[in-house]
Ligand binder design. Structure first.
Ligand code: CMC
Length: 452
């Protein structure tokens, strides 16, 4: 550091719940004034320690500069933990691999919302409540009809999920715990219906109403693929694969869309509007839009012999092309979600009798070549969750444009759980980042006739 330097010292600081009791301060030394400032170091259950700089500006007159939140913890959270170096993801302490293989999506929803796995009665009540909220107000269907048929389903989702705020705003007091609970159930229950309707509208088919005799994933597949003219059989293998995809997308701590939901909600905005903001953020190809981009990329590559050409392009700094589905801000190891999905891809392709799917073979070969390439090895670029999800979803009959919608469907429970945690937090205050201003210095207005 130029003017200010930092060192840690073994003094006593504050430690949040679950901390290991290892307490200390960091001392900042301002070499301009010669002053020293101690800032507490907080210790979580797992993960790097955190310097608490909330009082930094008040005490020193300095801001910190961290575009993209490279080193900044935006909040304290009990929900999800990622160790990117080791490729670990846990929800409420449970490893994602155990949840993906032994639990089911609604149980994971309960876990994210309530901190613990439910007992039988709690699960029954929760599932019942979700089923009671799956239908949409018929007025909401008119919103779909306002979109062009070729509208991207993510654009439709931003609109219709945001429109929910118009339906429930008056009955929604975000400071009332019961109102918040009902809002969380509404989000979880209505997202599959809204997602399926975005698809049905785009292909000109009638909306299929939710069925309460089906489980969450089967009901979603039914609303997606059934037509009123004939019975539709939901394959249990595909329903299980769908459920697993939803679990794997359920939460991922402070990613761009979740941070967006928290920031939007920090002003005490309507939660459905906040979820719509999260959907907008998710849409980008650097985030949830990557699953659609992966499939576009695989189709574009076309055959195994063209892989080296695209690897070379990904490495070329003058070429904007990136290997989609590779790399992650936090994971510097194999994304544990990608490992589960790789296995799921085999199950789904077997069930559908397409063991020799050329795109899956291409994806596996691309992964093999990239993982041996020095560029990707040096930068610790591994396949992420989006790398295999598109191959599975395509085999299941989902069009590419729906891939990110499915990500949003799974992630909505994470968004609403994080929103609840934020609202309930005693530290809750409006998010208001600072900036390093580099524009014009103060100057005077020049009347138009006097300008050059
Ligand atoms: N292909 C080629 N090079 C890459 C890639 C890639 N997919 N990802 C990162 N790099 C390079 C990057 O050029 C940079 O190289 P250098 O150090 O020589 O300048 C280095 O690796 C670090 O990349 P970065 O952009 O500084 O890393 P980031 O943390 O800002 O970005 C990322 C993370 C996910 C946006 C990026 O890896 C990426 O664009 N990946 C492709 C899109 C993708 O798959 N996104 C889905 C993320 S997982 C789902 C989700 O949670 O949303």
């Amino acid at each position: 550091m130029d003017e200010i330097s930092a060192k840690t010292a073994g003094k006593t600081g504050t430690t949040p719940k679950g901390g290991d009791g290892d307490k200390n301060y960091v001392t900042l030394v301002d070499h301009t004034s010669g002053k020293q400032y101690d800032f507490p170091v907080l210790t979580g259950t797992h993960g790097p320690k955190v310097i608490d700089i909330q009082q930094l500006y008040r005490r020193t007159g300095y801001f910190t500069f961290d575009p993209g939140f490279m080193s900044t913890a935006n909040c304290e959270s009990d929900i999800t933990f990622i160790d990117g170096e080791k490729g670990v993801l846990m929800h409420r302490g449970y490893p994602i691999e155990e949840l993906a293989t032994q639990s089911h999506f609604l149980e994971v929803c309960y876990l994210l919302l309530h901190d613990d796995l439910p007992n039988q009665k709690e699960l029954q009540n929760f599932e019942h409540s979700i089923k009671m909220h799956t239908m949409l107000n018929e007025q909401l269907l008119k919103f779909y009809r306002g979109f062009r048929e070729d509208a991207h389903p993510m654009a439709i989702m931003v609109g219709v999920v945001g429109a929910l705020s118009a339906f429930f705003h008056d009955s929604m007091d975000i400071w009332d715990p019961h109102h918040r609970l009902v809002a969380t159930h509404r989000v979880i229950a209505k997202m599959p219906t809204m997602a399926a309707y975005a698809y049905k509208y785009s292909i000109g088919q009638p909306f299929i109403y939710p069925r309460n005799d089906l489980d969450y994933a089967s009901n979603f597949l039914n609303m997606m693929f059934a037509v009123p003219a004939e019975p539709y059989y939901v394959s249990p293998v595909l329903a299980r694969a769908m459920d697993r995809i939803l679990i794997l997308h359920a939460d991922h701590e402070q990613n761009a869309s979740t941070a967006t939901v928290r920031i939007a909600g920090s002003s005490a905005a309507n939660p459905f509007a906040c979820i719509a903001a999260g959907i907008a953020s998710l849409w980008g190809p650097a985030h949830g839009g990557a699953n659609e981009a992966v499939l576009n990329m695989l189709e574009h590559i076309g055959s195994v012999d063209r892989i080296p050409e695209f690897i070379a392009r990904a490495k070329d700094k003058d070429d904007p092309f990136r290997l989609m589905g590779f790399g992650h801000r936090v994971y510097k190891n194999y994304d544990p979600r990608a490992a589960v999905l790789r296995q799921s891809a085999h199950d789904v392709l077997d069930e559908l009798g397409i063991r020799e799917d050329p795109l899956f073979k291409l994806a596996m070969e691309l992964e093999r070549i990239a993982l041996e390439d020095e560029y990707f090895v040096d930068r610790k670029l591994f396949p992420n969750v989006d790398f295999y999800s598109g191959v599975i979803l395509r085999a299941m009959g989902f069009p590419k444009s729906m891939f990110t919608v499915l990500f949003a469907l799974g992630r909505s429970v994470g968004w609403i759980s994080q929103w609840v945690e934020m609202i309930q937090s005693p530290d809750h205050r409006i998010s208001r980042p600072r900036q390093l201003y580099t524009g014009h210095a103060r100057r005077h207005y020049v009347p138009l006739e006097e300008r050059d």
